[in-house]
Design a protein around this ligand. Structure first.
Ligand SMILES: NC(=O)c1ccc[n+]([C@@H]2O[C@H](COP(=O)([O-])OP(=O)(O)OC[C@H]3O[C@@H](n4cnc5c(N)ncnc54)[C@H](O)[C@@H]3O)[C@@H](O)[C@H]2O)c1
Length: 251
């Protein structure tokens, strides 16, 4: 059963939020699978340091994914310097713990512009080359908060992560005939500064009570799912959201 969908040379992957814990872990996994990785992040210094740490021909680029113009300009550089992107991991995200009545319009738009608009812009910019190649993988990072409404996470965050599931389904429907798969991952509580630094010890203790597996998800476990979805043999999976929540919620 070897054809163009099940067998493919590793290609160029772009991971947004590549300077963050999960982005860096995902990039490491993709490098191990043989991909050349473009690390994208708004934090110039951090993304350069992450690329240096990962080595192996990693290409760092700093831009703000919430700006269409910045995304378009960055993608021109990426295509010219590295080549067309065939694996896109929309991972960059910002957290907001503000619940509905405390969410200002500014906070709402800040969260949506990064967590949703950025993924939309980059998907739109990467799709033509994937269609030309008749191969592509788009992996959108959602969250358990999309399904459960957010335990510690607030309204704008939960809604943005639900919306990226809608973006996943909508893009998957449009691309099934193009050799492209579009999937999402919905993690809950990965061992990252987003969890360990942004939650109070009381919140962390309450969370731990609710995770049946009794621990946080390791970034490497998250990276393993990205690696799997990016692989040629995941070619029959599209429009799927993989829960990674330690038994927190079944559906
Ligand atoms: N940590 C968790 O438990 C958890 C759970 C579910 C989902 N997630 C999601 O996983 C993803 C990664 O989370 P993390 O914990 O590694 O976060 P992180 O804060 O360590 O990394 C996020 C990265 O995104 C970058 N970024 C922020 N705004 C940006 C912008 N406008 N343009 C480009 N880059 C930008 C940041 O500089 C940072 O390096 C996020 O989308 C997050 O919502 C995390």
């Amino acid at each position: 059963m070897t054809d163009s969908t099940t067998s493919k040379e590793p290609t160029i992957a772009l991971v947004t939020g590549g300077a963050g814990t999960m982005g860096k872990a995902a990039a490491k996994g993709l490098i191990e699978s043989g991909h050349r990785v473009v690390l994208a992040d708004i934090n110039d210094e951090a993304v350069r340091a992450a690329a240096e740490e990962l080595g192996a021909d990693t290409y760092p680029i700093a831009f703000d994914i919430s700006s269409y113009e910045a995304c378009a300009a960055a993608m021109k550089h990426v295509v010219a310097d590295v080549g067309p992107v065939e694996v896109l991991v929309n991972n960059a995200g910002v957290l907001s713990n503000a619940k509905l009545v405390d969410t200002t319009p500014e906070e709402w738009h800040r969260v949506m512009s990064v967590n949703l608009d950025g993924a939309f812009y980059l998907t739109q910019l990467c799709l033509p080359a994937m269609r030309t190649a008749k191969w592509g993988r788009i992996i959108n990072i959602s969250s358990w908060a999309a399904k459960g409404g957010g335990l510690t996470a607030g309204t704008a965050y939960s809604v943005s992560k639900a919306a990226i599931i809608g973006l996943t389904f909508s893009t998957a429907v449009e691309t099934t005939k193009d050799g492209i798969t579009v999937n999402g991952i919905a993690p809950a509580y990965v061992r990252t500064p987003m969890v360990e630094k942004q939650l109070t010890p009381e919140q962390q203790a309450a969370v731990m009570q609710k995770i049946p597996v009794g621990r946080y998800c390791e970034p490497e476990e998250f990276a393993h799912v990205v690696q799997f979805l990016a692989s040629p043999r995941a070619g029959f999976i599209t429009g799927e959201i993989i829960d990674q929540n330690g038994g927190f919620q079944f559906d």
